[in-house]
Design a protein. Structure first.
Length: 273
């Protein structure tokens, strides 16, 4: 059995199918990990959702910020336009797809491969046990009767630093921002959402989250979200968003055995901004 992790798709369904053909992916025998952001900005979010959902247990996907945004828009809790989700929102199976999406995890850890998957990152204060606990708290909110209230409180940049005393909506919001939005932190572990470029372009005093001393240092982490990152030299960190949407590539990493990289060059679907 082969296990592949694939970077952000964002509605680039044709490229996903071509990459899986290149890998000779067999859902009856192999397993597919997806780092989140299945939807938005690309041309075929609906087809992507239907396909991944149809893979059943052969596919494991964690939620990204664009996936959470789709849930919020579908529930009419947030919509300022600027998305490419109309095909999903008007589909006859919309409710089934959104319900499936909100039952996806924020974190996936697998003892057999030794890999852990999130969409964006982990703050320096979290070890695996604490990250799993915070993920479950957000997952319970997404799947429970307070879904709409949670979505109403989900957006925002504060609090920006972990504390064991965080509770309620602030605790959930911080967790969401770590799992789905973070790139840079300062030396104290405060999240910064302004810098989005590759390392070396950020303001002084900010560091990629994975370069700071962190409680998760022993983990092998696969993640997406950061399309400008592209390369890294930090042991145990495997970034998979290589900017398919922007004319980069859709990247896969084989997780069973020695990690092995695969790359499909992609046409540009959107201009970078």
């Amino acid at each position: 059995m082969a296990v592949y992790a694939v970077g952000d798709i964002q509605g680039c369904f044709d490229e996903l199918r071509r990459l899986l053909d290149m890998l000779r992916f067999d859902p009856a025998a192999d397993r597919l990990w997806l780092v989140g952001d299945l939807v938005n900005r690309g041309p075929k979010s609906l087809e992507t959702l239907r396909f991944v959902r149809g893979l059943g247990p052969a596919a494991t996907t964690v939620l990204g910020n664009h996936d959470l945004h789709l849930i919020a828009v579908a529930r009419r809790r947030h919509d300022h336009g600027g998305h490419t989700l109309d095909a999903v929102l008007t589909a006859p199976d919309r409710d089934a797809l959104v319900d499936w999406l909100r039952h996806r995890p924020l974190l996936h850890h697998d003892d057999d491969t030794g890999f852990t998957m999130v969409h964006a990152g982990l703050p320096p204060q979290w070890d695996l046990s604490l990250a799993q606990r915070c993920a479950r708290e957000v997952e319970d909110a997404l799947r429970g009767p307070q879904l709409d209230a949670f979505l109403d409180h989900m957006y925002g940049n504060k609090p920006n630093r972990w504390s064991d005393t965080l509770s309620g909506w602030e605790r959930l919001r911080f967790a969401v921002n770590c799992f789905t939005r973070m790139r840079y932190c300062n030396a104290e572990g405060r999240l910064d959402f302004g810098a989005k470029g590759p390392p070396g372009t950020q303001p002084q005093g900010l560091f990629p989250w994975f370069e700071l001393p962190r409680a998760s240092r022993e983990l092998r982490l696969v993640f997406g979200h950061w399309s400008t990152l592209r390369t890294h030299d930090v042991r145990g960190v495997y970034p998979l968003d290589t900017g398919c949407l922007w004319g980069g590539a859709l990247t896969a990493l084989r997780l069973d055995g020695e990690p092995d990289w695969f790359r499909l060059e992609c046409p540009r679907r959107r201009k970078p901004h």
